[in-house]
Every structure is written in structure tokens, then in C-alpha cells.
Design a protein around this ligand. Structure first.
Ligand code: ZN
Ligand code: ZN
Length: 122
């Protein structure tokens, strides 16, 4: 029996809402904050999955959180998968989904894969 909490594909640690917070690169891929800190070179991050060079003018903290993933993280410990409480969470998911689509429009190459994997894990 394995945990359903999605993990960072670099360090294989489960995401959480703190130091392992999933953040979205401009290419659509997500990694945890700690790994992104290590990937940060100056003001850019070289995505390890698709090699897309993303500008990060405000640092890792300035990257968008992947609320779709965070929602799964926050949902998983409560074994009640069926009950979806918390309206603010839904709002955040909708907002992050819109952001993912915005990223999709900008960079079609790899974001499509990422999006389908998010949908599949939900
Ligand atoms: Zn990581
Ligand atoms: Zn990427």
C-alpha cells in the first residue's frame, strides 16, 4: 500500500505546504521548493524534465504554487476522499488550473504531459 501523496521527481520526497511546497515553472512542470532553490542559477531555472530555461526574476518564493498538487497533499491525510470540504481550496484549484492553462498556451511542448498527469492523479 503506497501513499497517494505526489512526490517531487527530483528528491522523491512527498510534497507538503512548507519546504517541499510544489511550485510551477513556466514550462508547466512542478518541483518542490527545496529542489528549485538548488536549480536556481541567477534568475533562471533550467527545468530538469524538459530543459526549458525559465526566468525566475523574484526567486523560488516568487514562483506560483501548484495548488492542484497542494490540494491533493492537503486532502490525502484525511481518509475521506469523497467529501470535498473547504470552498477556499476549490477556488485555489480553479485559479491554479487557469494558471496551468496559461502556461500551456505559452509553452505547448511539455506542459500537456504535466497537465494530464495532474488530472490522472486526481
Ligand atoms: Zn524535491
Ligand atoms: Zn519543464
Amino acid at each position: 500500500m503506497t501513499s497517494k501523496i505526489p512526490e517531487c521527481s527530483i528528491c522523491f520526497e512527498h510534497y507538503n505546504d512548507q519546504s517541499k511546497c510544489p511550485r510551477l515553472l513556466s514550462c508547466g512542470h512542478s518541483f518542490c521548493s527545496s529542489c528549485l532553490e538548488r536549480l536556481l542559477h541567477g534568475n533562471t531555472i533550467d527545468c530538469p524534465t524538459c530543459r526549458n530555461l525559465g526566468a525566475v526574476p523574484t526567486g523560488v518564493e516568487g514562483l506560483l504554487k501548484n495548488f492542484a498538487l497542494l490540494d491533493i497533499v492537503n486532502d490525502t491525510p484525511k481518509e475521506n476522499v469523497g467529501s470535498n470540504t473547504g470552498s477556499h481550496d476549490c477556488e485555489a484549484v480553479v485559479r491554479s488550473t487557469l494558471q496551468i492553462f496559461a502556461a500551456l498556451t505559452a509553452k505547448k511542448t511539455c506542459a500537456k504531459l504535466q497537465l494530464s498527469s495532474i488530472i490522472a492523479t486526481r
